[in-house]
Design a protein around this ligand. Structure first.
Ligand code: ATP
Ligand code: MG
Length: 496
């Protein structure tokens, strides 16, 4: 890609970018939230047209006018947010659009080709399963298979590991290595520097729409990369214990909850959250954490059980009651239940708290704007302005809107699911600091995370959820990685 420039109204997303991808390499694309990574790759994938610049594939100048063109030329992309059809099967999702000119799909041949690819790349998903029944990790495999089915020789993965458990990440890396060993190329976008160090051959760093550095992975370090991205060195904060005396604030008792498929996802669970303390809930996604959080948010009614806040029962199944009881909500699925993408940034920043901006029959838009301007500044949200439509923001900046909204309202209780998913290292550090501040100001916090670094850095107590149950709960000082991993894999024993 030569001298690529792309502007959206007054935002310069890519500024004269030169980007090369070599045969058989895995190239990591790094940069802060809003640096222009997704935009650059969307241009390569024919999803956006550059304002200026050229793209050459194997020396030939190309002008992709749509992703269809890019796919025809061997470029495949798995987006930050998937684009599968949930009501169709895996096979249907994979072959859609590539029938090869016939009227009917030759299912048997298609299936054979798919199974062959699955074996070759170690990507196993049942071809006949409906996509909506699959966990995100498998949905991602479907997206990758879709690209492989079209014989992609360039595979772009936009933050693929953000939604994967550590074991799934290992599997994905094995697939990528096989892919690259065949002389094909990968662009790997991630904010996790340890992953970048592990999987890539080369790193390109973007900042404010420009390429600011290029390194061979073997000749750089996590430290240098953080420095190049953020412009200063990052210090990983050590764990700092709660300074407040903790007192029970929220009590979950005997909670049993079914998931969307009608299967019991939370089994007779009891848990107490204390004011001034962070309870970190570790566990692989899909073990009932989401359903537990949804009950606390009032989105889902349990089969049995109760939730008490202080000495008041929390009316279940009412988001309004949850908000009024002072529960701040950082949901895992930001695109669907966290934000309204067609509303503006300032409107999204006021959601769940909009009554504060009531002025007679209408809304005090000036107060709304002041509120938004302050939060945009505090959380360094990269946007054209408070009036910008939310969906024009980058992935990490969308996450920042939710965090700003919740943390600025100083709720008594915060339920935070994967709060730093998709954030660059600098932003993640800031959010960790804000969560600790909320704790020290006396909030009771439930931190749900798959990231053990995060769990150990923030949790005052660490609990582990497995198949709907709490396997164990332990103070941060006594906890070890071995113990937590044991519980995460479903073994109830305590390490010696
Ligand atoms: N469709 C669009 N309309 C308006 N602005 C856009 C659009 N797409 C991207 N932008 C802007 O371009 C800039 C770069 O966004 P991009 O999504 O490429 O960032 P990114 O590096 O992928 O960030 P992240 O790590 O948060 O995903 C951002 O300021 C974003 O708001
Ligand atoms: Mg992005």
């Amino acid at each position: 890609m030569h001298s690529i420039t792309k502007t959206f109204l007054d935002v310069v997303a890519n500024n004269n970018v030169d980007f090369r991808l070599y045969e058989g390499e895995i190239c990591a694309l790094l940069g802060e939230n809003g640096a222009g990574k997704t935009t650059l790759m969307n241009i390569l994938f024919g999803y956006y047209a550059a304002d200026s610049g050229q793209i050459l594939v194997r020396g030939e100048r190309v002008a992709f006018s749509s992703p269809h063109d890019a796919i025809e030329n061997g470029v495949g992309m798995v987006h930050q947010h998937f684009s599968l059809v949930p009501s169709q099967t895996v096979l249907e999702n994979i072959v859609v659009g590539s029938f090869g000119g016939k009227f009917f799909l030759d299912t048997a041949t298609a299936k054979r080709k798919l199974l062959d690819l699955q074996n070759r790349f170690g990507l196993h998903v049942d071809p006949d399963a409906f996509v909506w029944t699959l966990p995100v990790g498998s949905q991602q495999k479907v997206e990758i298979l879709k690209a492989l089915y079209r014989d992609a020789s360039i595979l772009i993965l936009d933050e693929p590991t953000a939604v994967l458990a550590p074991l799934e990440t290992k599997e994905l890396f094995a697939t990528l290595r096989t892919f690259a060993a065949e002389g094909r190329s990968v662009v790997f976008i991630s904010h996790k520097l340890n992953e970048v160090m592990e999987i890539s051959d080369r790193v390109v760093v973007l900042a404010k729409g420009k390429v600011v550095a290029e390194r061979k992975t073997s000749e750089t370090s996590e430290k240098e990369l953080a420095n190049l991205m953020v412009g200063h060195e990052l210090t990983k904060q050590p764990y700092s214990p709660s300074r407040k005396t903790v007192a029970p604030l929220l009590q979950v008792s005997g909670l049993t909850v079914k998931n969307d498929k009608g299967i019991v996802a939370v089994k007779d669970l009891s848990l107490t959250l204390h004011a001034g303390e962070i309870t970190a809930l570790a566990g692989v996604s899909g073990n009932g954490q989401k359903e537990l959080a949804e009950v606390l948010f009032g989105f889902r009614e349990p089969q049995r059980g109760s939730v008490m806040i202080g000495d008041q029962p929390l009316p279940l199944g009412s988001p309004k009651a949850a908000i009024e009881s002072g529960i701040g909500r950082i949901p895992e699925d930001r695109m669907t239940t966290g934000l309204i993408l067609d509303l503006t940034v300032e409107e999204n920043l006021a959601l769940e708290n909009h009554t504060k901006f009531k002025k007679g029959w209408t809304i005090d838009y000036r107060a709304l704007r002041r509120h938004a301007e302050k939060l945009i500044e505090d959380f360094s949200i990269k946007t054209a302005g408070p009036g910008a439509i939310a969906k024009t923001l980058s992935g990490g900046n969308l996450q920042k809107i939710i965090l700003a909204r919740v943390l600025s309202a100083s709720p008594r209780i915060i339920v935070a699911a994967q709060p730093t998913r998709g954030l660059d290292v600098g932003a993640a550090e800031y959010v960790h600091r804000r969560i600790l501040e909320a704790r020290d100001a006396g909030s009771a916090i439930l931190l749900i995370s798959e990231d053990l670094d995060e769990i150990f850095m923030l949790g005052d107590r660490i609990a582990v959820m497995f198949e709907g149950e709490i396997m164990g709960i332990i103070g941060r000082q006594e906890a070890s990685i071995e113990q937590i991993s044991l519980w995460m894999s479903g073994v109830k024993e305590k390490c010696a």
